[in-house]
Design a protein. Structure first.
Length: 685
């Protein structure tokens, strides 16, 4: 940007901030800190004050950021849902106090509360019943996420109190605990998906899930911190928080009433010292005027309430030296750079390693071996490097190049279009990928062969006893008894020995795993993007491994919640002859390769027939006609294949399904013919 040209500066800052707004609110993938963002915004606002004639139509100073998506219905907020102005210094807090006292002309009491690092939410109740939940959106309207919010157990669906207004709204923050965040990320990594950057991003991504059942499994929580109504029960914010708590809302007890800025800063200092002990992330303290009358007098700017401000903590950081970089290969072949650091104390723990994420981050930071780097703990599983102290860079240091071949097997790495991660494509030979797949195969939610945990898979692989999952079912007692391996960790040395009982337990657990249902076998295969939930949805629609292996991409993508990416992954997996051979060997060893399909009336007139339903029907809802098929002994599947008996076609049926049915010779029938088949008059279900 040209420092001598204010118009170019304003245009450049506008574009830059809008891009960061999009990454933060829509993509939930920020690349700069909140403090850096606020600094950019202030630069723009200062320039716009000096040169108002140059303000751009899309200036971020004229609107709040938006998290609106096209996947949810939108609702208009009865009360604007604005963001808070941020401050990072005590001086700015005292300036806020002076503005408040000057405008009110009275003594002022403040309420200090934790600023939760989550996603803002508004909950509307009528006659004590939850009727709507919405995100902040653009401040005027937000996404309707009522179905998802109903899954959060800390949100009451009905109010317990008797003296609540006929209609009111409570505002709050949806968040993940650190423990739940780590659990969720471990699961995503295990399923070959990108881990979330921090708990806030995970919460934001969860709210936009189209499947409330999946949202429920994420284990989100919600704190409520503000009451809005045309007839508030009390004249102060603090009293309204207390009554909210009596109604059954989860209101944080970490709050204080303060009569001066000295008391406010004391509270901030006290919380800042102990914030690492909270089970959830906070990024500051919110300071609100307690009197509702004074709040109304102070009013709002176009973007923020004048009666509240957020004091933001600086992220916990430390400086240390970068000693080396390891490139780790995961189960899916993803290559992740991890920095080895000179040990340094950060947020109460000694840090020796930090994430560098991917090649783009390394290039962006221009990080080099020997550099003094700044590391930050801001919700990451492990700390991340955020910058380099160039003043301390060693002379003649060389730029760091990302590796081009797998550090484990030497295969040239690949990178998919639009992705930041490099992969080793040698999935069936690369040792860490094989071990990772085997460890996934035996995991509790897959085949549940618990006796093979604690490093035993690595030992069996190193001894040449297993190379894929089918080899597990060919192990013999004499293969196992007497094996041993020294396991070295940072803290201690342990000897792993296969004694008589160990060998017996392994063989019994392997045999017992043959009873695991088909959807878990599919999950255990470790197909990229096929998690536990997705495996259930696929096997419900296509309950046979032979049928699944012959199903094409379009048919798979038509299964609800599957889509092109997952469908492509499944088709590519089964296109590999080695994978088909593996499935064949597992089948011969007795693993279940068909999902049990339970029919309401297995002896009905449609018994043994399968239907694909498509289009809109006159006398049935979509679910009603599926119910009619199942009640008469038939089976409803999602995808047309050579095993489909009928395509039941309504109005506005998808042309691809008709085309596929015609190609495969599947009989196409209409609603009238279906009614004749079941021999009843149509009824509306």
């Amino acid at each position: 940007m040209n420092a001598d040209n204010p118009l170019q500066q304003i245009i450049g800052l506008t574009r830059l901030i809008n891009e960061h707004n999009h990454r933060y609110y829509v993509l939930s993938a920020p690349v700069i800190s909140d403090q850096e963002f606020d600094t950019l915004l202030r630069q723009l606002e200062n320039l716009e004050k000096l040169y108002p004639e140059f303000i751009q139509p899309d200036s971020p100073s004229q609107r709040v950021g938006s998290d609106l998506t096209k996947q949810f219905g939108q609702v208009v907020h009865k009360y604007p849902m604005l963001s808070l102005a941020n401050t990072y210094t005590e001086e700015e807090l005292r300036d806020f106090d002076q503005r408040v006292r000057k405008a009110t002309g009275n003594e002022v009491e403040y309420v200090c509360e934790l600023k939760f690092d989550g996603v803002a939410i508004g909950l509307t109740y009528r006659n004590g019943v939850l009727v709507r939940a919405s995100t902040r959106g653009d401040g005027t309207r937000g996404d309707d996420v009522t179905a998802n919010m109903r899954t959060i157990r800390s949100i009451p669906l009905m109010i317990r109190g008797r003296q609540c207004p006929a209609e009111f709204e409570v505002r709050g923050e949806v968040y993940l605990t650190r423990h739940q965040f780590q659990k969720l990320n471990a699961q995503r990594i295990d399923e070959g998906e990108e881990p979330f950057a921090n708990p806030r991003n995970a919460a934001a991504g969860s709210l936009k899930l189209l499947d409330p059942a999946e949202m429920a499994r994420r284990g989100l929580h919600c704190f409520l911190y503000y009451l809005l109504s045309d007839s508030l029960p009390y004249a102060t914010h603090y009293q309204n928080l207390e009554v909210m708590k009596s109604w059954g809302f989860r209101v944080s007890d970490y709050r204080a009433r303060c009569r001066s800025m000295d008391e406010v800063t004391d509270f901030i200092g006290e919380v800042d010292k102990g914030r690492s002990e909270f089970p959830f992330d906070i990024d500051g303290i919110v300071v609100k005027v307690n009197s509702i009358e004074q709040q109304q007098l102070l009013g709002f700017t176009a973007k923020n309430p004048r009666w509240a401000i957020a004091y933001k903590f600086s992220a916990e950081q430390a400086a240390t030296r970068l000693l080396s970089i390891d490139f780790q290969v995961g189960r899916t072949g993803a290559v992740t750079p991890v920095a080895n650091l000179q040990p340094v104390l950060l947020a109460g723990t000694t840090v020796k390693r930090a994430s560098l994420h991917n090649a783009d981050i390394i290039a962006q930071l221009d990080v080099r071996i020997g550099d003094t780097v700044i590391i930050e703990k801001g919700g990451e599983i492990i700390p991340k490097i955020i910058s380099v102290d160039l003043r301390q860079r060693p002379a003649h240091s060389d730029p760091l190049e990302f590796i081009i071949t797998c550090p484990e097997c030497g295969t040239p790495l690949t990178r998919n279009a639009g992705e930041a991660i490099f992969y080793c494509p040698n999935s069936d030979v690369c040792p860490p990928q094989i071990k990772g797949k085997l460890e996934h195969f035996i995991s509790r939610k897959a085949m549940n062969i618990e006796s093979l945990g604690e490093g035993k898979i690595s030992l069996l692989y190193d001894k040449g006893l297993i190379r894929n999952a089918a080899d597990l079912y060919e192990l013999k007692y004499e293969d196992l008894f007497g094996l041993e391996k020294v396991l070295q960790t940072e803290d201690k040395t342990k000897v792993l020995r296969f004694r008589e009982k160990t060998a017996d337990n392994i063989l019994k657990a392997v045999e017992a795993s043959k009873a695991v249902p088909f959807h878990r076998v599919l999950f255990a295969l470790g197909i990229r993007y096929i998690g536990e939930t997705v495996a259930k949805k696929i096997t419900k629609a296509i309950p046979d491994i032979d049928l699944l292996m012959s199903t094409d991409r379009d048919a798979l993508a038509s299964i609800p919640d599957i889509g092109e990416r997952i469908a492509t992954s499944v088709v590519e997996y089964f296109a590999n002859p080695e994978h088909r051979m593996l499935v064949g060997r597992l089948r011969r060893h007795g693993l279940i390769m068909k999902e049990e399909v339970k029919s309401v009336h297995s002896g009905g007139i449609l018994a043994g027939t399968s239907f694909v339903v498509s289009g809109v029907f006159t006398s049935y809802s979509r679910e009603g006609i599926k119910k009619a098929i199942e009640e008469n002994g038939g089976k409803v599947v999602s995808a047309v294949s050579q095993h489909t008996d009928y395509l039941l076609a309504g109005e506005k049926m998808g042309p691809e399904k008709r085309k596929k049915a015609t190609q495969l010779g599947v009989q196409i029938i209409g609603e009238e013919e279906f009614n004749r088949m079941i021999g009843v008059n149509p009824t509306l279900f």
